[in-house]
Design a protein around this ligand. Sequence first.
Ligand code: GMT
Length: 375
Amino acid sequence: MKIAIVCYPTFGGSGVVATELGIALAERGHEIHFITYKQPVRLELLGNNIHFHEVHVPEYPLFHYQPYELALSSKLVDTVRLYDIELLHVHYAIPHAYAGYMAKKMLQEEGIFIPMITTLHGTDITLVGKHPFYKPAVNFSINMSDVVTSVSEALKQSTLEIFDIKKEIEVVPNFIDISKYSQEYTDCQRSLMANDDERIITHISNFRKVKRIPDVIKVFYKVQKEIPAKLIMVGEGPEKEYAEQLCDELKIKEKVLFLGNSTEIDRILCFSDLFLLPSESESFGLAALEAMINKVAVVSSNVGGIPEVNKEGISGFLTEVGDVEGMASKALKILGDDAELEKFKENAFKTATKFDIVHILPLYEEIYEKAYKSR
Ligand code: GMT
């Protein structure tokens, strides 16, 4: 099929999922057109059946806010016409489902009927989407989608609680491509990061409030008092400065490495022992899954879709949000003993294999076919 994928091009989980999905669909012979304001970070190869179309928003001084939705829907209309696109798949409802619906309506006027699949990712529902200033438009565009999918059962339930949804929501979990992990990195450079006797704890996120970054630092503070350890913080965002300040105050600066955004997180995860994800809310926790496939155990909060990914006592542990003491003690339980750590690492990998793309891609293909036939 010829599919247009609309997503955020940034390091956020929804953009990563959309990009990896597009790449995998292209490998299966579909023609994929990414439509967004910048080339997606994980999209390296463009080719015969993988294209990128930039949405450009011209600046005009009259506008206090430049109308991105307008530019996006116009770009969608042009691209559909030019490449005979058969289907739109928009990731993250805001404002993509809204712009996608407008494009669909414009195209309908000229006799082109194009189905739109909307994938809900998390904060588009639980944080941003439910704000009263956005809610009516988000509710409307979800209901106007031909198919709605959610990345976890928990997110589906939240969507049904928060909005007045008339459509069936199909749960299609996020995924990872296990074939990429069949050979371990031969150049996994652990020694650059830590001494042999030190455990490596990692956190990867966009450093927003919802990730509870201070909890990561506080948990690590407690752990490093008991065992030799290093903390690797990957990502950029509003909470980063405070996190660095907190490390300074707690006098653990030399044990914490802030690496910024990275396109090579597997190279960092390959030498990590434990992943910390203490989020306030999390629809799925893709970063935890990526850690698990790299044989990294996970200590996380027990919210949203995380329990669908991180399995209590198997791939790691789950505690209440904000339970720093509990997280530190679970972390020590995993890290304190070599055999225990090895067991959790192996089980984290096994648990992650259930989310192999080979199981998930056909679900999307089935949805696409059904939506196309019933257009
Ligand atoms: O993690 C973020 O805050 C970014 C956000 C996004 O949309 O890019 O992530 C959401 O979507 C990811 C991919 O489906 C999920 O794995 C994350 O759990 C979800 N984030 C939240 O719900 C906070």
